[in-house]
Each structure stands twice: as C-alpha cells, then as structure tokens.
Ligand binder design. Structure first.
Ligand code: ADP
Ligand code: MG
Length: 276
C-alpha cells in the first residue's frame, strides 16, 4: 500500500480538493483507495458524499480507542472508501494531550488494513498538531499542495522541519515526495514566477539529506476551475460532477503522474504561464 498525507498548515490551498479528486482519479483506474479525513471540518467526507451525524462513529472514535477502522469505514464509490471525520474531532487535540504514544494511534489502527488498499490518502487539518502527527507517523509520503501566491513558500520551514523530525524520531521512511501547484491562474505573471520559485526551492542541491530533498514538483498544475469549487456541495468528485471540466482533466493527469504512468497530453496552460 502506498500512503500519502496531503499536508499544508495553511487553509484554503487545495488540500481537500486534492485529496478527494486525486483519490477518485486513482480509484477510477481500478486501484483500491481509502481516504482518511483527519480534519474536524470534515470537508473531505462531505465532498465524498458522506455526512456523519454527531455522536456516530468516525475517525474520532478510532483515535479515542472506542472503534476500529472497520467500524467507521464507508464505501464512497467504486474502489473508493472513506474514513470520515466529524466536528467532534476538534476535541481530540486536547483530549489526547496527556496520552502516551498519542502520535501512533492511527498507525496502530491501520496496521491490520495494510493489504486492503493500494492507496491510502489522508486529508490533514490546517495545523501541525497531534492529528497531523498521527498522519505523518503512518504514511510513507507527504504531498504538499501550494497555491501560487507571493507568500506560498512562507511558513514552509516549520512544516519541513516537522516532517524531518517525525522521520528522525518515529517514521524513518517518511518523505515529502510531491508538490502540487493548486488554484493555478494560468497565464498570469505571478503564477509563473511563483512556480519558478517553487521549482528552484525544491530543486536545490543544498537540501541534500533532508526528507524533502527529492520532492518532485508535479508537472500537472491544477488550474483554478469553478467546477472544482462547486462539486463538494453535491457530495461528488469532479469526475461525477463534471467529467469534461479542466478540473477533471487536471486531476486525472495528476493521478497519472503520481502513479508513474506519464501524462496523456501536456497541459498547454502551464507553458503559457511560464512565458507570460
Ligand atoms: P484546504 O483543504 O487546503 O483548506 P480546499 O481544497 O478546501 O483547501 O480549497 C479551498 C477552497 O478553494 C474550496 O472552496 C475549494 O472548493 C476551492 N478550490 C480548491 N481548488 C480549486 C481550484 N483548482 N479551482 C477553483 N476552486 C478551488
Ligand atoms: Mg481542507
């Protein structure tokens, strides 16, 4: 099983949109995919059409030791499953504060399910607290979604340090393996410049030996596309909501890149942006 945490402690950068639509795109190729929603806002669960009533079982009960993953797992589509969250997860951060080994709860819970899925994709909350540490303790990879914004790289050092520390102390195989440019405004000068900065930042030889020194900035840029913003309120992935949109094309291409299949057609918008 390949396991990926979608992480950026900033909100609104495209984590949830990427977790859900990348998972859906991979599931459509026939691979078995499980999405774990670790954000108390439960946006990934709702985006996948899964609403959990207050007090019903969700990832919160798993972290509290009151349920197993099998108890809370929902089928979200063909080859697609979801371990949903509920707002009550917001309390977990505090409730786990005094618990010994609190970063390892999800890893222990997942151990029995290694063989069930080909991909595990975790949608992280916009923080670097105990929920995110649970994600980092159990995945092999981190994908970092970035919005091309002049502060896109600001605050990144804390995130990178956290990944480095988790890898040193509890999960030696952890790597930041991919950077996804989201909400990309094709053709704007800013997007092109920031994309250049991101490539430079992650391409520096000076970072050798870090958990992020081999991070690949995916060639596929997720263009800003209103259909991607509309799909969640219908509880549908972009492939159900509008399979002919740019959003569907971009996430299908990203999935191909992630799976090492190569791109179908180069996105003409990305080259335009760089020269604009
Ligand atoms: P995060 O999980 O990092 O907070 P989201 O994935 O929820 O970010 O995205 C933030 C907002 O932007 C949401 O309303 C989402 O629907 C919208 N959005 C995300 N990606 C795109 C995109 N490529 N084009 C248009 N809207 C997007
Ligand atoms: Mg989110």
């Amino acid at each position: 099983m390949r396991s990926i945490a979608i992480l950026n402690q900033k909100g609104g950068v495209g984590k949830t949109t990427t977790a859900v639509n990348l998972a859906s795109a991979i599931a459509r190729t026939g691979q078995k995919v499980c999405v774990v929603d670790l954000d108390p806002q439960a946006h990934a669960s709702l985006h996948l059409g899964i609403g959990v009533a207050s007090g019903s079982e969700s990832i919160y009960q798993v972290l509290m030791g009151d349920a197993s993953l099998a108890d809370v797992c929902h089928k979200a589509g063909d080859n697609l499953w979801c371990i949903p969250a509920h707002l009550d997860l917001a309390a977990a951060e505090m409730e786990l504060a005094g618990e010994v080994g609190r970063e390892m709860i999800l890893r222990d819970a997942l151990e029995a399910h290694e063989e069930e899925y080909d991909y595990l994709i975790i949608d992280c909350p916009p923080s670097l607290g105990v929920l995110t540490l649970n994600a980092l303790a159990c995945v092999g990879e981190v994908f970092l979604p970035l919005q091309p914004h002049f502060l896109a790289l600001h605050g990144l050092s804390k995130l990178l340090r956290t990944v480095d520390i988790v890898s040193k102390r509890i999960n030696p195989t952890l790597r930041l393996s991919g950077v996804v440019l989201c909400l990309f405004e094709s053709g704007t000068r800013l997007a092109g410049e920031v994309a250049g900065d991101v490539h430079e930042f992650f391409g520096q030889g000076a970072t050798a030996g870090k958990t992020w020194s081999e991070a690949e900035v995916f060639q596929t840029r997720i263009r800003r596309n209103i259909r991607l913003a509309e799909a969640p309120s219908f509880g549908q992935s972009i492939f159900e909501y509008d399979p002919h949109s740019n959003g569907a094309e971009d996430y299908a291409n990203l999935a191909r890149e992630v799976m090492g299949l190569g791109l179908v057609a180069e996105d003409p918008a990305s080259t335009v942006a760089e020269t604009a």
